[in-house]
Design a protein around this ligand. Structure first.
Ligand code: SAH
Length: 245
């Protein structure tokens, strides 16, 4: 069986002992029935993974020894930023999880004119913290040793005003004739996906003025979460690391 990977927001120094986060510890103890001596992989997002082993389990407290670290790169050669209008319910969790697995470098959650979701400052911060935790779990599961950056949610129009993104900028919009296949990626790409009700005409104009090209994913209207997965998969297949080498 594959070794359990555990993220720690801490320095990992070979030869030392670390205490695992309490939720990870209880999962290891209660669900995986781990025992002392069991091997683990530890990572902290610096691009390395460390051989680890459980030192002791005391109730819900679990400590692990830190062994040798090595660089293991599972990052895409293209830095994909997903600008995602936050959908209703918990579908953003799904999008963050899948986009992380699919190798995005950054997620910018945005609220647009037709967004149903409204967030005040405090809710924005707690949502961002929650989505960062979802991304951590996805990295543990999929083998990434770098966490995607997850911005605090913001108004779409503010993002367009602030964005200094270099590279290609795309906005997904149904019902176009064909994607612009002439584009060349310089290593960074930002792709924006609308909410359930789509982008408004004003917003599409703001995207145009801000230098975004429109692309389509074909004749069927996808739900926003399907569009996110399809768009990132398309980018990774066409320009990134989801292709035979
Ligand atoms: N009700 C809207 C559709 C919204 S779908 C309408 O009829 O226009 C939610 C978002 O997913 C869209 O804003 C768009 O960014 C993306 N999307 C869905 N299907 C798509 C497609 N076939 N091509 C490109 N983008 C699509």
């Amino acid at each position: 069986m594959r070794l359990t990977r555990v993220y720690l927001d801490a320095a990992l120094i070979p030869g030392t002992v670390v205490e695992l986060p309490s939720d990870t510890a209880s999962h290891l103890a209660k669900v995986l029935r781990a025992r002392s001596g069991d091997d683990l992989i530890l990572f902290n997002g610096d691009g390395r993974e460390f051989a680890g082993a459980i030192e002791a389990l005391r109730g819900s407290r679990v400590t692990a020894t830190v062994g040798a670290g090595r660089h293991v790169d599972r990052e895409s050669p293209i830095a994909v930023t997903l600008v995602q209008c936050v959908p209703r319910g918990d579908r953003m969790d799904f999008i963050v999880q899948k986009a992380t697995e699919l190798g995005v470098a950054r997620i910018v959650p945005v609220l647009s004119q037709r967004s149903v979701v409204r967030l005040d400052g405090k809710q924005s911060e707690s949502k961002a913290a929650h989505w960062r935790a979802v991304a951590v779990s996805a990295c543990e599961q999929c083998g990434r040793n770098r966490l995607p950056d997850i911005a605090a949610p913001r108004q779409l129009i503010n993002h367009l005003g602030e964005s200094t993104a270099m590279g290609l900028k795309l906005v997904l919009e149904p019902e176009l004739k064909a994607p612009d296949t002439a584009m060349i990626l310089g290593g960074a790409v930002e792709i924006a996906i609308g909410p359930e009700g789509g982008f408004s005409p004003d917003e599409l104009e703001a995207f145009r003025v801000s230098g975004y090209s429109r692309v389509t994913l074909g004749p069927r209207i996808l739900r926003t979460e399907t569009a996110a997965i399809a768009a990132v998969t398309w980018l990774q297949t066409r320009f990134g690391d989801m292709q035979a080498s």
